[in-house]
Design a protein around this ligand. Structure first.
Ligand SMILES: O=C(O)[C@H]1O[C@H](OP(=O)(O)OP(=O)(O)OC[C@H]2O[C@@H](n3ccc(=O)[nH]c3=O)[C@H](O)[C@@H]2O)[C@H](O)[C@@H](O)[C@@H]1O
Length: 395
């Protein structure tokens, strides 16, 4: 059993609500262990590369699936799931925040292709399904080059809709809880129209995703394109980039190194955290469902950022101090998904408790630190200053 450093082993069975969830949990632990062993064997000189096991599907069941942002944090977990299910998967990424090593296990597999491409440019391929994930999602990353972030959401989605229209593929957009902005209603359901700043630092992402959603429904109405829209709430797990800059990776990395845990503002703002494995189940269910309205995918387990910092300190067993830095502009004061729609139309709800997901994520970052040395998480304005000095970079 994974250990909670203050309270001994965590009783996973008690934390997971039913037997199906427990079975999935055990299967994913076994899958991860198999991948780890295979990766170790593959690293030996002269070894013929081995791959994780995949289902054998009949040709009629096997789908050709494009995942944009396929080497990113969420994308790589989705690729993993689809490959294990036995489909043919094309992972497309520009490697701005994605990393080749996230999909390393599949490189060379006959069902898998990794494509270096930026979705702002059109891409032609014959596929049955498109998961359009490509876009930096962490505030310091998406604010690094706001013009490029807008282009990625708008032109990227336009290109994928054009592809879906031509090939008659079904296309799923990963939208975000950020479309609700700093919400006046709590929890947020899909019917809430949001309170987003039009000109603030987060607008490039929030408004980019809002336009992307609008385009999805315009293409459905005008051209009959088969669409799905997921609104993803805060998600964490393995394969997050150590420089991601979001709260989960920052706090864990700081705690593991005994550095100060940096709360932006008073820490009374809230977030609700979902483990990536649950999100991937929701995305696959949504893609294969008949429902084409926007659907929230998140875990309603809500914490203040102060409570969350204290939980990480306790779980890592660190001597780190919790410190307060100035709050970031337009930071939403609270966020919690209403997931009744997902429960009703997809039969989906999160299965993995936040603490269980955090145990795995802490282990992942422990290994990353051993592998690559020290990390200093990115601060909110660090990248912005960089791009301001190099104006016009990379648009
Ligand atoms: O994780 C996600 O999935 C979401 O992350 C971000 O939204 P945000 O909620 O602002 O994510 P974080 O940067 O992780 O911040 C969460 C809270 O923690 C605070 N924080 C963050 C980092 C840190 O070191 N310290 C700290 O107190 C932030 O100010 C904020 O109040 C993205 O904008 C969303 O698109 C994305 O869906």
């Amino acid at each position: 059993l994974p250990r909670d450093s203050h309270h001994g082993p965590i009783d996973i069975a008690a934390e997971i609500s039913n037997s199906e969830a427990l079975e999935n949990h055990v299967r994913s632990m076994v899958d991860r262990e198999v991948t780890r062993v295979i990766t170790t064997i593959n690293a030996q000189p002269g070894v013929v590369k081995q791959f994780p096991p995949t289902e054998k599907l009949l040709t009629t069941q096997q789908k050709r699936i494009l995942v944009t942002g396929g080497a990113g944090f969420v994308g790589s977990h989705l690729v993993d799931r689809l490959m294990r299910q036995g489909h043919i998967v094309y992972a497309l990424d520009n490697f701005f925040t994605g990393r080749k090593e996230n999909v390393e296990a599949w490189i060379g597999h006959p069902n898998f292709e990794l494509i270096h491409h930026d979705v702002v440019n059109p891409y032609m391929i014959e596929v049955d399904q498109i998961y359009n994930l490509a876009c930096p999602a962490s505030p310091p990353h998406y604010q690094y080059n706001p013009v490029k972030t807008i282009k990625t959401s708008v032109e990227g989605t336009l290109n994928m809709l054009g592809l879906a229209k031509r090939t008659k593929a079904r296309v799923l957009l990963t939208s975000t809880s950020e479309v609700y902005g700093d919400p006046e209603v709590h929890p947020q359901s899909e019917t809430y129209h949001g309170r987003v700043s039009i000109t603030g630092p987060r607008a490039c992402y929030d408004e980019g995703k809002r336009v992307a959603e609008t385009m999805m429904y315009a293409y459905k109405k005008q051209d009959g394109v088969d669409i799905r829209v997921a609104r993803i709430f805060n998600t964490f797990g393995e394969n997050m980039h150590p420089d991601d800059g979001r709260v989960v990776s920052n706090f864990i990395i700081q705690a593991l190194q005994g550095k100060d845990i940096t709360i932006y503002g008073d820490g009374k703002q809230t977030r609700s955290f979902q483990y990536v494995e649950d999100l991937v189940s929701g995305l696959v269910k949504l893609m294969n469902s008949d429902y084409d309205g926007p659907v929230n995918l998140g875990n309603p387990d809500e914490y203040t950022i102060r409570e969350f910092a204290e939980m990480i300190v306790q779980m890592v067993g660190t001597k780190s101090k919790i410190v307060h830095l100035p709050s970031t502009q337009d930071d939403p004061s609270r966020r919690k998904p209403d997931i009744s729609l997902a429960k009703r139309v997809l039969g989906w709800e999160p299965k993995v408790h936040v603490r269980t997901g955090l145990e795995r994520t802490i282990e992942y970052f422990r290994h990353e630190l051993e592998r690559t040395g020290k990390f200093s998480p990115i601060k909110p304005d660090e990248l912005k200053g960089f791009v301001a000095k190099k104006s016009g970079k990379g648009n």
